[in-house]
Design a protein around this ligand. Sequence first.
Ligand SMILES: Nc1nc2c(c(=O)[nH]1)N[C@H]1C(S)=C(S)[C@@H](COP(=O)(O)O)O[C@H]1N2
Ligand SMILES: [Mo]
Length: 431
Amino acid sequence: MSKDEAETGAREGASRRGFLRAGLAAGGAALLGGKAVAQTAAGDPANLPPNVADWSRYLGEGVAVRAYGRPSEHESHVIRRDVEWLTASRESSVSFTPLHELDGPITPNGLCFERHHGGIAELNPQDYRLVLHGLVDRELVFTLDDIKRMPRVNRAHFAECAANSGMEWRGAQLNGCQFTHGMIHCVMYTGVPLRVLLAEAGVKPTAKWLLLEGADASGMTRSLPMEKALDDCLVAYRMNGEMLRPENGYPVRMVVPGWEANMWVKWLRRIEVGDEPWYHREETSKYTDLLENGTARKFTFVMDAKSVITSPSPQAPINHGRGFTVISGLAWSGRGAISGVDVSLDGGRNWRPARLDGPVWGKALTRFYYELDWDGSPLLLQSRARDETGYVQPTKNELRAVRGLNSIYHNNGIQTWHVTAAGEVENVEVS
Ligand SMILES: Nc1nc2c(c(=O)[nH]1)N[C@H]1C(S)=C(S)[C@@H](COP(=O)(O)O)O[C@H]1N2
Ligand SMILES: [Mo]
């Protein structure tokens, strides 16, 4: 988004000066006015200024008592959640990122959604080996230390399960963006470009595909085209600076930027180089979307541009009544960087540019804001992402017209939230 657009977004939303005036007009020294603060902080008056609060009267815990830091106990509701009826077992299931409780573009490690087909593999890093074999000049076996000695890079990327929003194909179903859009996370990976490992082994001219295999009970073998492998894939071992969490593939996972998370094999233990894909032998149902006429869309690796308003949303209602509020959301595209996001308050009739804020990385979550002086009337909130290729996020009905209703995967349609006069929010659809 250009600087001009950013400024227009701020002007057409709510200007900062206007916001400040409203705060002062409410009579408080605080930006939000005394009223809003009192409303949300209905705690013990003895703790409020000018009284000396309880926690100011004695010394707190010293350093390193909390040797590995954890969030405040008052944030204990900010957790991954699952939908019990969705899958038969917990070992082959999914938990969802609490998107409505987060801000900025990065997902905290402990809140990244998880998708396992055979439960969490608990690997001992000493026993970790990565085998690289097949159509190569030299078959190689890497220890974790070997991988850590190779040239590394840092890249932030989103990982989205192709089934994200899959429950919404036939109509609005789940009440919360955690469940409609929470099969996504975005962290800063540290890892070795896959092309560096392949160069080390020397790839034969006939090599066209890679087989990736995980060390969990499911194996999760996936076929990756050589072109993508040589482009931007990473053999990653760190997320947001620390070693990968066991849930997300400790100690090594494949990062396949912009492509469905299905291929981001966790607990990566084997890469076989071959001349054809393996998927048709083992995983005929993968990488395809069943269409209305019974045929299937194939090779649907890339995740198309998509966005969602994370707040307000069903789990994050507007609880302060009319007045200044911030509409916040996420946008992403598997084809590159987000170039702009539009927000609609009336179910897609009128669109206004949102303001992108923070880093706009390619194939990563991008945060957007739309500041609004809400008059308290009901809203039909939508967001629409646009990426650097010019692709514009479609409506759900536009998608259905092309794909029918048989799909589970790749639902990147525009989400609608109905905000009532009371500030409650529900998942709806507009025609
Ligand atoms: N080894 C292995 N890799 C795997 C899976 C798995 O079950 N086993 N699940 C895949 C699927 S379908 C998804 S959506 C992502 C989820 O990654 P996450 O658990 O880090 O969110 O991992 C992928 N990689
Ligand atoms: Mo997935």
